[in-house]
Design a binder for this molecule. Sequence first.
Ligand SMILES: [Ca+2]
Length: 433
Amino acid sequence: MRAFLTTVACSTLLSFAGTAQGQAARKPTDQRGNLAPDRAAGSQQSVPLEEPTPTGAPVETAPPNVPEFKPAFAGQTRAPAVKTRTALQVTEVASGFNHPWAIAFLPDRRMLVTEKPTGKLFIVTPQGKKSAPIEGLPPVDGRNQGGLLDVEVGPDSATSGLIYWSYYEPREGGNGLAVARAKLVDGAKPRIEGLKVIFRMQPTLESTLHAGGRLVFTPDGLLFITLGERSVMEGRVQARDLKSDFGKIVRIRPDGSIPQDNPFVGRKDARPEIWSLGHRNVLSAALDSRHRLWEVEMGPRGGDELNLVEAGKDYGWPTIGYGEEYSGARIHKSTQGPGMEQPVYYWDPVISPSGMTIYSGDLFPEWKGNVFIGGLSSQALVRLVLKNDRVVGEERLLLDQDSRIREVVQGPEGALYLLTDERNGRLLKVTPR
Ligand SMILES: [Ca+2]
């Protein structure tokens, strides 16, 4: 598994020293695009024991949007800046993807790559050769933040060939997030067979925003699905309502059935698939080395959050939080409330998170246990150093790429693979130089 892929396929080699990242290179990070924000974990002690806890100034230097909200504990925001010592090489593996959203590795090291607005799914070789779009996927509602979103290879894919994907599904009376699975049939014209929709977010409502859509398989073969609250007020107010899937993380079996040890099974006032509640729009999620689920959710202005997600817990949106409306209007009376969890960390101004991995590879020993998050409006690969489940250091990498980063995954050989969110979206690979 540690064999390094020496085939550098690409057209372009872009290099930079990670240590040369300075504040001067920072771009404004608090301006999102015109669209409403759209952005979906694993860890242990991420600092080797001999490493001192970082100290000093934070990486963020801009003033907060909501200065009247103060952190609940030291280190909940603006952790000290840290710098990667290893010089990085960024290699463009492939390009020409129309707003790609997700990467998943097949057992043979080829990748599945989704295109959000077109609903197309491609197979890409490690050398960057792209297949024809896989035939047979159901139609998507590709407007705005909808479309074809995450893709995952099933836990038994080597024998079953099953792949899983999430998408905004057009429905009678609106739309909603759905998750489907099928067997991938390889060949010159790849296709799927045995399509089954295993999950449909309820209720149906018309919205092209805040879909959520990250998929995370657990080692015991269960599937977490992150679900946004749809952005429109009718959806937002359901984020803490157990009768609605909006603003929830759910846990199902790969065939769509409900694990009987889910926290709300047996309650008449709750949907049994719900794992956690009170989320806004979770576009970053990953397991740590202890198999715990972490997520980063796209907050309002000044309110992006990192959370450690536990069964049955309420993460507070829209009742509590650290941000405000884009108009500057108040959302929350307070940052804290009874029965509601505090984020482990928050960003004000925001990073606009999408994609997440908790590094477990051998290619970058200094990154073990660190959290990597794609940044859209921040146009950065955000690195967090954790210690005892708190953030003790933050770094913004790849600012010289001038690109919104939609996805970050760890490849089988320990490199990071990224997607840029643009009309000519690129698949990038990050290795030591
Ligand atoms: Ca929260």
